[in-house]
Design a protein around this ligand. Sequence first.
Ligand code: ZN
Length: 507
Amino acid sequence: MLLLRNGLLFDGSGSQGVRGSVLLDGERILEVGAVVDRSDYRVLDCEGLAIAPGFIDLHSHLDLQVLEGGRIEKIRQGVTSEVVGNCGFSPFPFIDDAHGLQEFAAGILAPGDRWNEGWGWRSASEYLRAAEERSSKMNVFSLVGHGSLRVAVAGQSQVPLSSGEMDRISGLLEDALGAGCAGFSTGLMYAPGSSAGSDELEHLCRIVARSGKLYATHMRSYAGGLVAAVREQLALARATGCRLQISHLQAAGRANWGLQQQALDEIEAARAEGIDVEFDIYPYQCGSTVLTQWLPAWALEGGRAAMLSRLRDRDRRRKIAIEMDETSAQLWSDITISGVETARNAVLVGKTIAEMAEARGVEPAEAALELLIEEEGAVNVISFNQSPENLRQLLSHSLCSVISDGFHVKGKAHPRLYGTFPELLGEVTRDWGWLKLPEAIHKITGKPAARLGLRNRGFVRPNYFADVTVFDPAKIQSHSSYETPDREPQGIVIVIKDGRIVYGQGA
Ligand SMILES: [Zn+2]
């Protein structure tokens, strides 16, 4: 028996902290509140510390890294559960060989030597079994990605699915949900998932609705098309009855900041009519993704080799550059290179596309395309997206869960990978006062647990699994920056998963 004695207890529901103790018996919580101390208990004195449910990251891209049992970048932030398989990318399923899946998902899931990694699972059950066996310090929940499913049945082609392909993709989705996936995700800004029309999505969301599981979407647009994109997703939820989670909601790009209020109005109106919709965001003004997301869809048709041959053709490259200049929501000076494959270009990490272009004496869009050729398509970026006012409005909204959206790159990852949870509780909540502490904790515990439909995690309550994070509310702080992201946060004292100390004294 392990007694966490006399802390400030936050149960995960959003209610005020109360002074109390928590008694853990094996992997479960036995008692909460005024626990009578006994000499045979192992005691951790929590005087002056907060006792909270283990944090749940509802949106992670560490699908492969969670399988490396020794990784600590999330555990040391207090995270005990991660949801992977987001934005249409899951490392399963594949049919004949994993090559197409790897090519599709490597930019987000597998940094470094990314085209040659021997990863990929034939089915959700194989992946989930690997996660169960290899990820002892983290609870792993996985969505199945629409992009991965589509690559499995139709490769990189961007045409509507035939009826035979529709049958096969439906079967694969049913298999994955039946095997224990927590839901389904789409990534409608990433080819080839972006080519799905509303018929395809509606058909698949009906299957998800029947399972009662979550549908999480990286929508078609977060820029000028934000409001239309929100409406499309709300219409899907309305038509099919699926439970909708809008991933990393924001209005990206200075010119679009005014659209956020309209998007929120649409979501609130849908809630009022009974649609089960919520959203999430990370606590940073910058986002991060792959540079190919700035290319028009036609330039990506057929996959990486086809894209590279278009980029090597001078006239077509010019046409692509012009379209990029017309459609980008960000200025080229707002897009910073964060990851490349070659040693030669490693010096560009931390430079903006505009700076790189100036040094090379070419136009920025041309420079971006040159870089993609040199890196054979493998470039990650961090883009300045949001205003502080908008970010505050999102984070403090009652429908918002707080997520990391973190992923690794070969270069410098976005600091959200290493700092999201301490950043939320320290800077955002304590220092800026954007949220109250119980509310901030709720957004990373009870709320994401409810979205996942978990009945035994996300709260500190008797009989729940003993996932507990003890932290010092006065000291908690992220030390991750854009320049030096991989730094240990301060103020996380003990992290317990299933009754076992996985971080802190006694781990
Ligand atoms: Zn996404």
